[in-house]
Structures are given as C-alpha cells and as structure tokens.
Design a protein around this ligand. Structure first.
Ligand SMILES: [Zn+2]
Length: 180
C-alpha cells in the first residue's frame, strides 16, 4: 500500500494528479461499504490534506488529524479502528515542513510561556521532541514523527496488527519522504 501512496504523491508533486475515485459512481459504490487500505495520522495544517497529497479518493484512507499529529487515548482509538475493524493494516504518521504547531510549541518551551486554553496539552506532547532537537523546528518535527511512530508501535492493539511508518511532507516540493 505504501508504494501506491508514494506513486500518488509523486503524481501530485509533479502536477499530474489523477484525482481517482472521486466521481458520483464511486461515491455510490463506497456508500454501502468501505475498505480503506491505510490510516494516515497527520497534522491539521490546511496545506497538508492527505487525500490530495497522496492523490487517492473516497474510501481509500482513514484520516486522523490533530495539531502536529499529537496523540491521546481518543486519537489512538481512532487509529486502532483501521486494523481492528477495517483491515487497514498500514498506519502512516505524517509530519510536515514549517509546522505551525511545532513552531509555536518550540517558542513556548524556549520562552517558558504558558499558552491559553488547551494548547499546553500540545506543547507537553511536543516537549520530548524539543528536548532532543535543541528546539530547532525541522529536527523537532522529525523527532516528533519518530516518537509518535514508536508510541503507536508499542500500542498493544496495533502491535502485530498494523505496520506503523513515519513520513514527512515538504511544503516546498510537494513530496513525502520516509522518516526512519
Ligand atoms: Zn502542522
């Protein structure tokens, strides 16, 4: 499945998207049942819509999005639906370039500032990645992808039922690369 996503991403980056399975006929087909092949856990960023950047269509992906793909029990549960209920055994954790959530968390941690509302939960989730990257945004985003992958791989329900991989989207090129 990863190779299909990779090929779709290359079409997108080259400006040759097929926009597959987005027509009314396919909409009617998947209305009765879905068989998504992968789960993508990604950031809320408006420039990184998974179905668009992987050039896939209706019924292809389960998409879970939070600020900087931070996870908690509800988010992990959403990811678990893929392999548990829908035989989507690939989980892609997708970080991206110039992530606003990572940038703002790095700034808050550096300045020891408490953000308003529920935002400190995001900052706390990003603190381990901040600690290993000297607060530099791109290394921090990569570290956060790796950490999220390891946490999901250690999940008792996902362990053995899903392959969890990390990836990173470049806003500049439109290309997704693997994070190992
Ligand atoms: Zn982001």
């Amino acid at each position: 499945m990863w190779s299909l996503l990779e090929q779709g991403n290359q079409r997108w980056a080259a400006g040759r998207s097929h926009r597959p399975r987005q027509d009314p006929r396919h909409r009617r087909q998947v209305a009765v049942a879905q068989e998504p092949r992968a789960v993508v856990l990604s950031c809320i960023d408006s420039r990184v819509p998974p179905e668009v950047i992987f050039d896939v269509g209706l019924g292809d992906l389960l998409v879970v999005r939070t600020a900087a793909h931070t996870i908690d029990p509800l988010v992990t549960a959403a990811v678990q639906y893929g392999p548990q209920d829908l035989s989507a055994s690939l989980v892609v954790v997708l970080g991206h370039q110039r992530c606003g959530s990572v940038t703002s968390a790095a700034r808050a941690l550096r300045g020891r500032v408490t953000l308003p509302g529920e935002l400190p939960a995001v900052v706390a989730a990003l603190e381990p990645a901040y600690a290993v990257s000297d607060g530099r945004v791109e290394p921090m985003a990569h570290a956060h992808v790796r950490r999220t992958v390891l946490r999901l791989r250690a999940d008792p329900l996902l362990h053995g039922s899903a392959t969890v991989i990390g990836a990173y989207y470049s806003l500049d090129t439109g290309l997704v690369s693997r994070v190992t």
